[in-house]
Design a protein around this ligand. Structure first.
Ligand SMILES: [Zn+2]
Length: 276
């Protein structure tokens, strides 16, 4: 999270002063991206902060792709009940996360932001976000009925994209399993290499993440499925590939918001991206 030479050019809302934010909105920067992360176990090689840190890294890339957009402070803790079998994980109840998201959206709408894009950087937040979007929309409608709220919620699509990029770049697509794997470790290596214990990387439960495995993960908890907390295999992680992954995911997320936010007279309401 580096700052530009001219601080008023920062993508990060929290790095700006109030006059800078006011001016940005007046000049048409009315889109805001909210990364929704997690503080949860990521195997023996990655810190608990992975999803929160990657959310911030992804957030400014999505904002840059969208143009005229800022990034709200990352919601660092998310819904991680399925990781509670591992020490250190902190989990919010779905209702708590919704309350926080609602208050973020209402605050931003009150200042004049008109497009609010929620981006989960943690698997457990996808489904809660999909469910809550209509209620978040109702809440901002009370402030400004021209304000739109959407969320990117295609979890399997995202992991599929990771697999594609890792296969193309390294020929190791089979090591993408969806959690603390080669894709996530590579991204973290790019974002903050100091926090990655490369020598502790080891395989977890290897195999493709499909709907039945996702269902098992949420029902039984991750520890019943993988003893070290990894889905996939992080060995072979590569910082350059991590950067490519972040760029690719940001492009797809930004594109989904552009499509969803386009006015469509055939739709009574505009929902979030939901292609899972
Ligand atoms: Zn993660």
């Amino acid at each position: 999270m580096s700052s530009p030479a001219d601080l008023s050019e920062s993508f990060f809302l929290e790095q700006l002063t109030w006059p800078e934010v006011e001016l940005a909105i007046t000049r048409g920067t009315t889109t805001v991206v909210i990364p929704v992360g997690a503080i949860e176990q990521h195997g023996p090689h990655l810190p608990l902060s992975v999803d929160a840190d990657l959310g911030t890294a992804l957030g400014w890339r999505v904002a840059r792709n969208l143009g005229d957009a800022l990034v709200a402070p990352t919601i660092r803790v998310g819904c991680s009940e399925h990781h509670m079998g591992f020490a250190g994980t902190i989990s919010l109840e779905v209702e708590t996360l919704e309350a926080v998201c609602r208050d973020y959206c209402v605050s931003l709408a009150r200042h004049g932001f008109t497009d609010i894009c929620l981006i989960p950087s943690h698997g457990g937040n996808f489904s809660p976000l999909r469910e809550m979007v209509p209620r978040l929309q109702e809440a901002v409608d009370q402030v400004d009925d021209g304000c739109w709220v959407g969320a990117y919620t295609d979890l399997l699509g995202l992991v599929g994209l990771w697999r594609l990029v890792v296969e193309e770049e390294l020929g190791l697509g089979a090591r993408v399993g969806g959690h603390a794997d080669i894709a996530e470790a590579s991204q973290m290596l790019h974002v903050n290499a100091d926090l990655v214990r490369v020598a502790r990387a080891e395989p977890g439960r290897v195999g493709e993440l499909d709907e039945s495995l996702v269902e098992q993960v949420f029902r039984k908890g991750l520890r019943a499925i993988t003893s070290n907390g990894i889905l996939g295999d992080p060995r072979g992680m590569d910082a350059g590939v991590g950067e490519k992954l972040l760029e690719a995911v940001a492009r797809v997320m930004a594109e989904s918001f552009r499509e969803d936010a386009e006015p469509d007279p055939g739709l009574a309401t505009r929902g979030g991206s939901d292609r899972a």
